[in-house]
Design a protein around this ligand. Structure first.
Ligand code: SAH
Ligand code: SF4
Ligand code: F3S
Length: 486
């Protein structure tokens, strides 16, 4: 009897080990000169019926990269015969594609898990967690210890293995944690179920090697890996054939595109090649000011189908704080680049990201940030309070600023940002601008779309204009959107 019990425990332990691959922060930090492994996704028909008669619900947090990963995940699930539902209660499989960038992203996910647990008590539901939080050692330990009812956990490096991870978990009815802490592969030919018929996300690179001291991304997404230029162009060409009007080239630091490849091409070469496919609109995010060269500015200015819109994160206007952040540019270099962009690219709109309350930030540091905002008069800005992320250097820096002070700085910054956003939008009143109409607006009876400069416009127009780029006259202006008519 004792021997039997012992064998059972041993069996459980061994099986458990089989399905436990947890992330390690030390491994995630590593960067080698090893060649990047390029895999091609191959569909395995043995998983094709797993989801027959079942529905999936996926909730996506975080940046565009996560949104695009979810498009891949949806296609993988549909290859397994699952059908998508946007009614949470109807789902047989619930996946949370998570973001780790700030503490509040964490809290939202754990809050949502409460809802999933409640649903699981009334019917059988498979629950999965993936994305950047799943790459965090501390999060996975917490799930292992306190959320044993979560069925699968997988990371950003093995999305293509979802069919087998899910199938293993169902067969063995035990928690399957499969998270790799590798530098990262590139997986080509992943299936994709795109959210839009007109606009597409296209990854041009994965990972990040900048290691800004506050940022978790280099740990959750691995080392910088650029896709080959010909693979990207092939993808854009096929999108053009399918009737897509806009592509957004995605990377954490797109200006560093190609620097990790043996081939001799850069982001400006890639932009030019993509522009030449004839796609109507080309966008790209995110640009790091450090790698933005003159050639790239000239290419943006030269091609009408490269949109005059640049997201150029500032983070801070203080040279002392920029240095502590490891951003590798000064306030003066940033302003110089900003002015060059404004002078060389007609009608260019520029947005930014700013962090307040970075450890040791003084009033005078913060005033330097306000000074840059006053000089740049951004079209819009995403503003954040510094959030310490476990494992990053900034999390260990002494942080002596009170939360009250941080909130006060954020409030002051937002007031200024809003003022300039409104001022920039006012310039559009009465003008006629090109808008890609994407669909119906939240505003009753209206459609919505974006200008070339990335301004959201609510348009009073017939539905036949959806999926077309049309000239719209701006008739009303708000801080965050415009109103218009055809
Ligand atoms: N790759 C992009 C940004 C990725 S994260 C870049 O280099 O700019 C998006 C934004 O989140 C960052 O620009 C930064 O402003 C903010 N952010 C990142 N880590 C943060 C942290 N620990 N606390 C607060 N904001 C953070
Ligand atoms: Fe994070 Fe910096 Fe990389 Fe952007 S460039 S993803 S902020 S480490
Ligand atoms: Fe978040 Fe990961 Fe993107 S941390 S911002 S989802 S790369």
């Amino acid at each position: 009897m004792y021997i039997l019990a012992f064998l059972c425990v041993l069996w459980y332990y061994l099986l458990g080990c089989d399905f436990m691959q947890t992330p390690s922060l030390i491994e995630a930090k590593k960067r080698t000169k090893n060649k990047v492994n390029i895999r091609t996704y191959l569909k395995d028909d043995k998983y094709a019926h797993i989801g027959l008669g079942k529905k999936y619900y996926i909730k996506t947090y975080g940046c565009q990269m996560n949104v695009h990963d979810s498009e891949n995940i949806k296609a993988l699930l549909e290859e397994m015969s699952f059908l998508e539902t946007d009614v949470f209660e109807d789902a047989d499989l619930i996946l949370l594609n998570t973001c780790a960038i700030r503490e509040n992203a964490h809290n939202k996910v754990f809050g949502f898990l409460g809802r999933v647990k409640h649903l699981k008590s009334s019917k059988p539901v498979i629950c999965g967690i993936c994305g950047c939080m799943a790459q965090e050692e501390s999060v996975v330990s917490e799930i292992k210890d306190k959320y044993k009812w979560v069925d699968i956990v997988f990371g950003t490096h093995n999305i293509d293995k979802l069919p087998e991870i899910l199938s293993d978990s169902l067969e063995n009815s035990m928690q399957n944690i499969s998270v790799l802490s590798i530098e990262g592969d590139i997986v080509e030919d992943m299936p994709v179920k795109r959210d839009s018929k007109y606009k597409a996300w296209v990854n041009i690179m994965y990972g990040c090697d900048k290691f800004c001291t506050y940022c978790i991304v280099p740990y959750t997404r691995g080392k910088q890996r650029s896709r080959k230029l010909e693979d990207i162009v092939k993808e854009v060409e096929s999108l053009v054939k399918d009737g897509y009007l806009e592509v957004t080239l995605l990377g954490q630091n797109v200006n560093a595109y190609g620097k990790d490849l043996d081939d001799d091409y850069t982001m400006s070469d890639l932009l030019e090649s993509v522009a030449k496919t004839g796609i109507k609109r080309v966008r790209f995010v995110t640009s790091h000011p450090w790698d933005f060269d003159d050639k790239m500015i000239d290419i943006i200015a030269k091609y009408d189908n490269i949109m005059p819109y640049i997201h150029l994160p500032l983070q801070s206007g203080s040279n002392r704080i920029l240095k502590l952040m490891g951003r590798r540019y000064t306030k003066e270099e940033y302003l110089n680049l900003f002015n060059k962009l404004k002078n060389k690219i007609p009608n260019c709109s520029i947005t930014t990201d700013i962090i307040v309350g970075f450890p040791t930030e003084t009033d005078s540091d913060f005033n330097e940030t306000l000074d840059v905002v006053n000089k740049c008069q951004y079209d819009s800005a995403f503003t954040f309070i510094f959030s310490p992320r476990i494992g990053t250097p900034a999390a260990k820096m002494e942080d002596d600023i009170t939360l009250e002070e941080k909130e006060h700085r954020l409030y002051k910054l937002n007031e200024l940002v809003n003022e300039y956003a409104n001022m920039n939008n006012q310039k559009y009143l009465g003008k006629v601008v090109p808008v890609l109409i994407e669909g119906t607006s939240d505003k009753e009876g209206m459609l919505m779309g974006y200008t070339d400069t990335m301004k959201l416009v609510n348009v009073r127009a017939d539905k036949k204009y959806i999926g077309k780029i049309v000239d719209v006259r701006i008739t009303g202006v708000k801080t965050w959107s415009l109103d218009g008519e055809i």
